[in-house]
Design a protein around this ligand. Structure first.
Ligand code: HEC
Length: 137
């Protein structure tokens, strides 16, 4: 009885071990880091590259302290002025003209009740927005 069990168990164990190694085989991906893939991701998953790209651009494009806004003069002022009502995502996805930023500012003040900062801060923020989230440059 026990002999039969052993005979059956051995190939089974080999099978399980083999499957384990095969699974580990896809995990061991020495080119992953070079290709920008997160460790442990499946190189055969077509979404991996896209995700890695999104993560990489997130990391390079923004300062975590200011909601991922790119570093630069005005990033801090923009963050504190704008996140009172919504996240920075709505800002980061914009590519609009200088004129449109002026309009958006006015709309935020007049229609949304955004508090106007002093003129210098307003200038700093608008310059920052036009510089970083522009369709013109
Ligand atoms: C007083 C609240 C408030 C503040 C402060 C505020 N916003 Fe908004 N903002 C809103 C609301 C409300 C919307 C509309 C959100 C929606 O679509 O549901 C909006 C939408 C936007 C949009 C999207 C406009 C579109 O075309 O859909 C942008 C861009 C934007 N805000 C930028 C800013 C920036 C930049 C600042 C800082 C200078 C700012 N907001 C500060 C309330 C505010």
């Amino acid at each position: 009885m026990s002999n039969i069990l052993t005979k059956a168990a051995l190939p089974l164990a080999a099978l399980v071990l083999g499957a384990g190694l095969a699974a580990a085989g896809t995990q061991l991906d020495p080119m992953g880091a070079l290709a920008g893939r997160p460790a442990g991701s499946d190189p055969l998953d077509p979404m991996t590259a896209m995700r890695a790209k999104a993560e990489a651009s997130d990391a390079s494009a923004g300062n975590d302290e200011f909601g991922g806004l790119p570093d630069g003069a005005g990033a801090e002022e923009t963050y504190y002025q704008c996140v009172a009502c919504h996240s920075t995502e709505i800002i980061k996805q914009q590519r609009v003209s200088d004129h449109r930023w002026d309009e958006l500012w006015t709309w935020m003040v007049e229609a949304q009740g955004m508090a106007e900062p002093d003129a210098g801060t307003k200038q700093t923020i608008l310059t920052y927005l036009k510089q970083n989230f522009s369709s013109q440059r």
